[in-house]
Design a protein around this ligand. Structure first.
Ligand SMILES: [Fe+2]
Length: 388
């Protein structure tokens, strides 16, 4: 089989200006706000985007911002798998509050919606739809954004894209701009201690999928493979403990670290067929992104393995595994442990869904898959998923 099983020799690396990682980092928020708005500006005027749960659990007190930096607005209405309309509502709220900095605390959806809104709020008034459709381009930086993830999985705190859904077409795709990258990612593993087991499993498997797809991506460089390879080891070794005993800090730290390193890798290398397929499948079946990724990952890895022998052997060597097949065995074992099913029959996948998925899976992610996947091969994979 034809193989492109080598890292690329020509690449670009860009990371957000600052990643602050570690327990207790959340307490540094006031000084980070201050550093962004500058002391010369009279006090920070933050706009907070967060989950409703964060507000209900007293998160606003946790912020411990001095009075001069207390939020001038709070928006806690973002739900998972966000649609375009929520971006427009947030942009309206941010414009009305006229802040100097936006702070987003939450999972990938919250961070993504905040990333778009922080930029659009500073541009001439227009809805997000023409940007989503590529009819308008983001040409100026927006409000500075501090991204604080409360899950360990999406990587949204450092990436330049936001995944949104256009309900009338069912399109789930990324809106991308370098200007959307958060100015500071404040990653505090302690914030994940209260994440329930199901969300821990789904976000963690999203992180693992991202790391694996980055490692095997057609655009992977030695730099991204080093990050992604480390992320894969961290996530495989520590996700089970984070799932079983969520309040165990050591495992939470390693999973958060794995998620971050994997995101630093895939932000450069792109992803693969799991993410190409997961977006339309998630829309068609109304399932969370991490769950769909977790179910697809072993299937796509089996498909890709014949062209990735060399990389899988390298990964095995680095992790002290017996051989290139060990990654798949470890992933299948982990999925069993986390209670993730092996197919989508139980979630109602039927042939009637296939045309929509075929039509909407040809994204940037699909283009990075190490083995091209024809329509017929996508069809075969969907058939397998529908019967398992
Ligand atoms: Fe993902």
């Amino acid at each position: 089989m034809d193989t492109m099983d080598k890292p690329v020799d020509s690449f670009e690396l860009s990371c957000p200006p600052a990643i602050l990682f570690g327990c207790g980092r959340f307490g540094q928020l006031p000084e980070v706000v201050e550093s962004l708005v500058g002391r010369q500006v009279s006090g920070g005027r933050c706009f907070l985007v967060c989950t409703r749960g964060f507000v209900e659990r007293g998160g606003l007190d946790l912020l411990s911002l001095p009075r001069s930096q207390s939020p001038v607005g709070v928006f806690s209405e973002v739900r998972p798998e966000p649609e375009l309309a929520i971006v427009d509502r947030l942009v309206g709220a941010v414009r009305a509050a006229n802040p100097e900095v936006v702070v987003a605390v939450g999972g990938g959806s919250t961070l993504d919606v905040a990333k778009v809104a922080a930029v659009l709020a500073a541009l001439p008034e227009a809805p997000v739809k023409p940007y989503f459709r590529g009819q308008l381009r983001i040409e100026r930086p927006g409000l500075p954004l501090i991204a604080v993830p409360t899950t360990a999985g999406s990587g949204a705190e450092i990436t330049r894209n936001a995944v949104l859904i256009e309900p009338e077409t069912g399109k789930k795709q990324s809106l991308r701009s370098d200007l959307m990258t958060p100015r500071v990612a404040l990653v505090d593993p302690e914030l994940t201690l209260t994440l329930p087991p199901k969300a821990t499993a789904e976000s963690g498997m999203d992180a693992l999928t991202q790391a694996v797809e980055s490692f095997l991506s057609k655009r992977a460089s030695r730099a991204t493979m080093a990050l992604a390879g480390t992320a894969i080891g961290l996530l495989l070794n520590h996700l089970p403990a984070a799932f079983r005993a969520g309040d165990g800090l050591p495992a939470r730290i390693r999973v958060a670290e794995g998620s971050l390193l994997g995101a630093m890798a895939f932000a450069q290398s792109g992803l693969g067929a799991v993410h190409g397929l997961a977006h339309p499948l998630g829309v068609a079946l109304g399932l969370p992104h991490g769950l769909v990724c977790a179910i697809l990952l072993p299937h796509v890895l089996r498909f890709n393995a014949p062209v990735c022998e060399e990389r899988l052997t390298r990964l095995a060597r680095e992790n002290g595994w017996a051989g290139p097949g060990r990654l798949l065995e470890r992933i299948v074992g982990l999925s069993d442990e986390l209670g993730i099913p092996s197919g989508l029959r139980g979630y109602g996948l039927r042939p009637a869904h296939f045309p929509f998925i075929l039509e909407n899976c040809r994204s940037n992610s699909m283009n990075c898959n190490p083995r091209p996947m024809s329509d017929a091969e996508v069809g075969e994979l969907l058939q397998k998923l529908a019967s398992a």
